[in-house]
Design a protein around this ligand. Structure first.
Ligand SMILES: Nc1ncnc2c1ncn2[C@@H]1O[C@H](COP(=O)(O)OP(=O)(O)O)[C@@H](O)[C@H]1O
Ligand SMILES: [Mg+2]
Length: 319
């Protein structure tokens, strides 16, 4: 088995004012194989370090410690030619890709450019066919969107054109940072189904970033639950949800159940934590200790090491 991409103990420390530092991401590791495409979801609340991880993976932000390897090469030590290859094979999907479109050009251009740049088609009519197939693959009718300007499309349509662009490029990995949080509920499942289709039919893996455990569950595959930059639990998403071992994962699962009164508790705890917790590097110990119903002395003193529950599941919790 060849490892396509590996994040090894990636850590990001941001300097704050007055010499303080923020450990936004703390020794997070995961990998994707080249042969078996998979979806890996990173789940955590706002500020847990998800976007920082995405930026480190995309080559936009060098880790303070740890490395990102693509086919065995450290992406931050690549030469220009290797970097270009990397950018071709690892593509990002943004929340609302409005920003990547030039408002003065018809959206067709967003699809024509990659064909030109990577010489995917040999003639104009071949390019046209490829674009039509790509649009159909993401559930758009070419005649509904071709020839339009970005502002004439809905957010969901712009999102899907972005996916059609990826369909043309056929990257090996898609990094999608909260891609569905701005589109309406009806279109979310459609978007997730396209990612599943990409994985199942074209072997395209996805690092799917979300604050919503239910979309991770829908996608299946693996999950890493992040809390304050640390991976507190990871494993196969079905197994982790069936048998959550970390109190924070439990809290997230309870929050999924709409009738559960603990949803209110989570919200109020979340608000409280947002105010009083600066996420700074000061105290050691479990990142969740201050909020955890099970916390004991050791939780405030030591960082729990990962404990294997089984082949597909590990947790960092003393309890
Ligand atoms: N460039 C930066 N400088 C300082 N702090 C940052 C920077 N980028 C992100 N952070 C902080 O790092 C933490 C994680 O941020 P982020 O990765 O955006 O979280 P998420 O995407 O999970 O909401 C937050 O506390 C955020 O304020
Ligand atoms: Mg984010």
């Amino acid at each position: 088995m060849t490892i396509l991409l590996e994040a090894k103990d990636i850590t990001k420390i941001f300097p704050l004012d007055k010499g303080r530092k923020l450990k936004a991401v703390d020794k997070v590791s995961f990998s994707f194989s080249k042969e078996n495409a998979k979806i890996l979801s990173l789940v955590g609340e706002s500020g847990s370090g998800k976007t920082t991880i995405a930026r480190m993976i995309l080559g936009l932000l060098p880790p303070t410690e740890g490395n990102v390897y693509f086919l065995g090469e450290d992406i931050y030590l690549m030469n220009e030619r290797e970097k270009k290859e990397y950018r071709r094979h690892v593509q990002a999907v943004f929340q609302d890709p409005y920003g990547i479109y030039n408002p003065f050009y018809r959206v067709d251009r967003a699809l024509e450019l990659p064909i030109k740049k990577f010489k995917l088609g040999s003639s104009k009519s071949e390019a046209r066919d490829m674009i039509e197939r790509a649009l159909e693959a993401v559930g758009l009718r070419p005649r509904d969107v071709m020839g339009k300007y970005p502002h004439q499309l809905s957010g969901g349509e712009r999102q899907r054109i972005m996916l059609a662009r990826l369909y043309l490029l056929k990257p090996q990995l898609i990094v999608a940072d909260e891609p569905i949080s701005m589109i309406d509920a009806a279109l979310r499942a459609l978007f997730l189904n396209i990612l599943l289709d990409f994985k199942n039919n074209y072997g395209i893996s996805c690092l799917f970033i979300t604050h919503d455990l239910s979309s991770a569950y829908y996608l299946g595959g693996e999950v890493i639950v992040l809390y304050k930059g640390k991976a507190v639990e990871k494993g196969e998403v079905a197994e982790v949800l069936r048998n959550p071992r970390h109190p924070y994962t439990n809290l997230l699962i309870k929050a999924l159940l709409p009738t559960d009164p603990s949803k209110k508790i989570l919200t109020s705890l979340g608000a409280e934590i947002g105010l009083k917790d600066d996420n700074s590097m000061a105290g050691e110990g479990c990142p969740f200790a201050g909020r955890c119903p099970k916390a004991s002395d050791i939780c405030n003193k030591e960082v729990p090491l990962p404990v294997k529950i089984n082949e597909n599941h590990e947790v960092r919790c003393f309890h």
